[in-house]
Design a protein around this ligand. Sequence first.
Ligand code: SF4
Ligand code: SF4
Length: 125
Amino acid sequence: MGVKSEVIRRLFSRPVTTKYPAVKADLQEGLRGKVEWHKKSCIWCRLCEINCPTNAIIIDKENRLWSVDSAKCIFCGRCEEVCPTKPKSVTLSKKVETGTTDRESLMDVYQGDPVQEKQPAEEKK
Ligand code: SF4
Ligand code: SF4
């Protein structure tokens, strides 16, 4: 196909680019966005923290704090992969618009539920 005909064809075809951010991007399946934690299923095993290659996850088990630093995260998905719970307690969301000039805002600190004190078993009569 000659250059001339290609130019004419392009003039009358739809653009391949989108008007992002005015028009939201069509996100692909399997896209790895911002890391999220789900406190209901977390068993505080720390596997996500130990396996994170950039030390982006910090767990303070004693105070029930689970945090992730998106500035350090490389969105590799390793934390989600190693999390043993069903459903997964750490997942990569489809949130990709994380650009900011505020470094502190990239740190997400989640507060977990306090440790349940075990009730002493009722003595058998
Ligand atoms: S996606 Fe990778 S870098 Fe980001 S918190 Fe999970 S293990 Fe760490
Ligand atoms: S690996 Fe999963 S269950 Fe274990 S601490 Fe991390 S989020 Fe919680």
